[in-house]
Design a binder for this molecule. Structure first.
Ligand SMILES: CC(C)(COP(=O)(O)OP(=O)(O)OC[C@H]1O[C@@H](n2cnc3c(N)ncnc32)[C@H](O)[C@@H]1OP(=O)(O)O)[C@@H](O)C(=O)NCCC(=O)NCCS
Length: 121
C-alpha cells in the first residue's frame, strides 16, 4: 500500500551550520503530521537530530521512520553527511525502540539520564 504522506524539507544556514527542517504532510490537504530538525556540523560530516514529533493520531504508521530514513538519504547525497546522532531521555522507551530499529547504536549515557545514539550511513 502506498503511503498517504510525503516529506518536504527546508534549509537555513547560520554561522556555517546547516539546519534542515523535515516535515511530513498529507498530499491532499497538506496537513502537517510530523516534523524533525537536523543540524549539520561545520565539517558537514555529522547531523544532529532533534525536535522529532509525530501527531498522536498518526503514530505507529511509519511516519517517524520515513522522515529519518529520508533525511539520512537526502543529507548523505546533498551534504555528504555520513554520521547522525541524537539524544534520547532514558524514559522514552518508544523513541529508543524507534532509533534502535533504524540501526542507531547507544554509545554514551549522560548524567541527565539521557542516552547518546549514533548512526553511520
Ligand atoms: C517517538 C515518535 C516520534 C515515533 O513516531 P512514529 O511515527 O509513531 O514511529 P514509527 O511508526 O516510525 O515507529 C517505528 C518503530 O518504533 C517503535 N515504536 C513506535 N511507537 C512505539 C510504541 N508506542 N511502543 C513501542 N514501540 C514503538 C517500533 O519499533 C516501531 O516499529 P513497528 O511499528 O514496526 O513495531 C512519536 O511517538 C512521538 O512523536 N513521540 C513524542 C515526541 C518524542 O518522544 N520525540 C522523540 C524525542 S527523542
Amino acid at each position: 500500500m502506498s503511503k498517504d504522506y510525503s516529506i518536504v524539507s527546508f534549509s537555513t544556514s547560520i554561522d556555517g551550520k546547516t539546519r534542515r527542517l523535515f516535515i511530513a504532510q498529507t498530499p491532499t490537504d497538506l496537513r502537517v503530521i510530523g516534523s524533525m530538525v537536523i543540524e549539520v556540523d561545520l565539517t558537514g560530516e555529522t547531523g544532529y537530530i532533534y525536535d522529532l514529533y509525530v501527531a498522536p493520531e498518526r503514530r505507529r504508521d511509519g511516519v517517524a521512520s520515513f522522515m529519518i530514513r529520508t533525511a539520512i538519504s537526502d543529507l548523505g547525497n546533498a551534504e555528504k553527511t555520513s554520521a547522525f546522532t541524537c539524544n534520547i531521555k532514558n524514559k522514552n522507551s518508544v523513541s529508543i525502540a524507534l532509533f534502535e530499529k533504524l540501526g542507531f547504536k547507544r554509545c554514551m549515557t549522560y548524567e541527565d539520564d539521557s542516552f547518546y545514539y549514533t548512526f553511520r550511513g
